[in-house]
Design a binder for this molecule. Structure first.
Ligand SMILES: [Zn+2]
Length: 149
């Protein structure tokens, strides 16, 4: 399985403006929409749907970037990450089946292991920050050549 025409994460030219890191294996981007400020995604370049399909070098690159972003996004209360998979999520036209990992700053008042947007839907639980806000964050989180893992 390679790139597909109707997949948001395969149309990399549309992601460039909010890209944090892009190499021959993976890409990290600021999420749009996001369920909280600082919500980012880490995505393998290949269009695959399950963790079991990852090659070793892709797994390694994804974990390294999640680790790097977890430090960058920590606002004093840690960073959370999740890989959310629903077999039919591509069918609703909003989410994508291309494997991706979410990473986001945790909030002070948060309890529990796994915070979810409230309400947990794209109608009200997520927001579209202005493009400038998204782009500025991508710039701020962008890897400089001295800190690449
Ligand atoms: Zn894809």
């Amino acid at each position: 399985m390679t790139k597909t025409d109707n997949c948001t994460f395969c149309k990399t030219e549309l992601l460039d403006w909010r890209t944090i890191l892009a190499d021959d294996l993976i890409r990290s981007v600021v999420s749009r929409p996001w369920f909280r400020e600082g919500h980012c995604l880490v995505v393998p370049n290949r269009h695959i749907e399950e963790v079991s399909q990852l090659r070793d070098e892709e797994s390694s690159a994804i974990m390294a970037e999640l680790g790097r972003l977890s430090l960058k996004l920590d606002n004093g209360f840690g960073a959370g990450m999740m890989q959310k998979f629903q077999p039919t999520q591509g069918e609703n036209g909003i989410k994508v089946n291309h494997l991706h990992f979410h990473i986001f700053p945790r909030l002070e008042e948060e309890s529990g292991l796994f915070p979810v947007p409230e309400p947990n839907d794209f109608q009200d639980g997520f927001s579209f920050a202005p493009d400038k806000t998204i782009g500025d964050l991508a710039n701020k989180l962008r890897v400089n050549k001295f800190e690449h893992p």
